[in-house]
Design a protein around this ligand. Structure first.
Ligand SMILES: Cc1ncc(COP(=O)(O)O)c(C=O)c1O
Length: 416
């Protein structure tokens, strides 16, 4: 048996979609300046699939800061891991400013969000500890737990009664082992747009002894009166012990950070394997992150514009009878019922005939018979974009409901 033999049997749950239409659904190529309109397969499309919430990706001040830093330092600097030879005053400056923004004593800059979260969980917990986490948590949280030796319990999404039962079980365990309890949830859940019940969890802190870590990848910059995130939105910034966010969303960059007490940040920066054994965040990313954070702090109008688009889009879709699930954030899922064949035909129609590009999720990521189109509004969309999109969705929903997409031959798509 060859280790590669399994590849012939299956390309994996996502890989099976790859050969449907090469590069069309999986690894599609969007080209041109990052904006509300980009090129896909040689044609301009209205794009709703970029987590560029505040429109910072192409903001002139961001582009200038990125370009100047790249000219001054190149992409190689600094060389080495932070602890060895990759420390700079800019990395430290970002950390000071991020800590201040999140009203914590200290912060630490991460070279990737995903590895960062993995490593926070791995470093903080050992076999005596118990992790309790929301069942819909992101892959980086699940993978962090795969590395950790801690025992773990999960509770159904936002179910505070079940969380409390998990905490009681966890408490009984740590009383014997002498370990501690870590509760993990997301601020904004990236697929459904639902908010983590941070208030409910904060309330449970009065009854149970645990530490609280949130992954606010989709909330940082968008949520809260000042963009400090979902913990600000719920007024529980003090109750969150470790606040984590990536630069992949509102910050329109690469990297991430977490903020906590100085004691926790110091412990983690001396022990996180993903940071000790990996190269420091490049200078243009770091200096660019300082600029992006400045804009989040000083330009509330970007957040206001984002929410104008979010509210118009979500209201427009619900007004025409479209189910957008339980979102309370900019993430806007369009939940439809249909077969996988219908999903492919629908996405093709939406892209080719309505020139709308958005992400599509089908089985096995979600249950069979469901189709979710995920729209991500940004501050660079316009109210005309919203109007056009709502009308297009009205049309595709009625085609879906009439069975039109089930009839089209899937084979046609081979030629697109
Ligand atoms: C909830 C959540 N956590 C973590 C990450 C990983 O962040 P990064 O892309 O910076 O590695 C993502 C995706 O970007 C995410 O959606």
């Amino acid at each position: 048996m060859d280790i590669f033999d399994k590849i012939d049997k299956s390309m994996g749950p996502l890989g099976i979609w790859g050969d449907k239409v090469e590069g069309y659904f999986m690894f599609p190529k969007l080209e041109g300046e990052i904006s509300n309109r980009m090129m896909f397969r040689g044609k301009e499309r209205l794009v709703w699939s970029l987590n560029n919430y505040l429109g910072l990706a192409n903001h002139p001040e961001v582009r200038k800061a990125d370009a100047e830093a790249a000219t001054q330092f190149g992409m190689a600097a600094p060389m080495g891991a932070r602890m060895m030879s990759g420390q700079t005053k800019y990395h430290e400056q970002f950390e000071r400013e991020a800590a201040e923004f999140e009203k914590k004593e200290a912060a630490f800059l991460l070279n990737f969000g995903y590895q960062g979260m993995l490593s926070i969980i791995d470093t903080l917990t050992d076999r005596k500890d118990v992790i309790v986490y929301d069942a819909e948590s992101h892959a980086c949280i699940l993978d962090g737990m795969r590395l950790s030796l801690a025992k773990r319990f999960t509770y159904p999404h936002n179910d505070m009664n079940k969380l409390e039962i998990c905490l009681q079980r966890a408490q009984r365990i740590v009383e014997k082992t002498g370990g501690g309890i870590l509760v993990i949830t997301e601020g904004v859940f990236g697929m459904s747009g639902s908010l983590g019940n941070l208030k409910g969890i904060a309330e449970l802190k009065k009854k149970y002894n645990f530490r609280f870590l949130i992954d606010d990848a989709h909330g940082f910059g968008c949520m809260g009166a000042n963009g400090r995130g979902t913990s600000e939105h719920f007024n529980v910034m003090d109750e969150v012990d470790i606040y984590f966010a990536t630069f992949a969303k509102s910050m329109a960059g690469i990297g991430g950070f977490f903020a906590s007490t100085k004691r926790v940040v110091d412990y983690l920066r001396f022990n996180m394997r993903s940071q000790i054994y990996a190269k420091s965040l490049p200078m243009p990313m770091t200096i660019g992150a300082i600029k992006r954070l400045e804009l989040i702090r000083t330009k509330p109008e970007l957040r206001e514009k984002l929410w104008t688009i979010v509210n118009a889009l979500q209201r427009g879709l619900t007004d025409i009878g479209i189910n957008i699930g339980i979102t309370k954030s900019p993430v806007t899922p369009v939940v439809l019922n249909g077969t996988e064949v219908a999903a492919i035909n629908l996405a093709h129609d939406l892209r080719e005939n309505y020139n709308i590009f958005c992400s599509i999720v089908v089985y096995p990521v979600i249950p069979k018979g469901q189709i979710i189109l995920r729209l991500i509004p940004t501050a660079v969309h316009t109210l005309d974009d919203v109007k056009y999109t709502v009308n297009a969705f009205k049309a595709i929903k009625s085609k879906l409901d009439s069975g039109e997409y089930d009839c089209q031959a899937l084979a046609n798509l081979k030629e697109v």
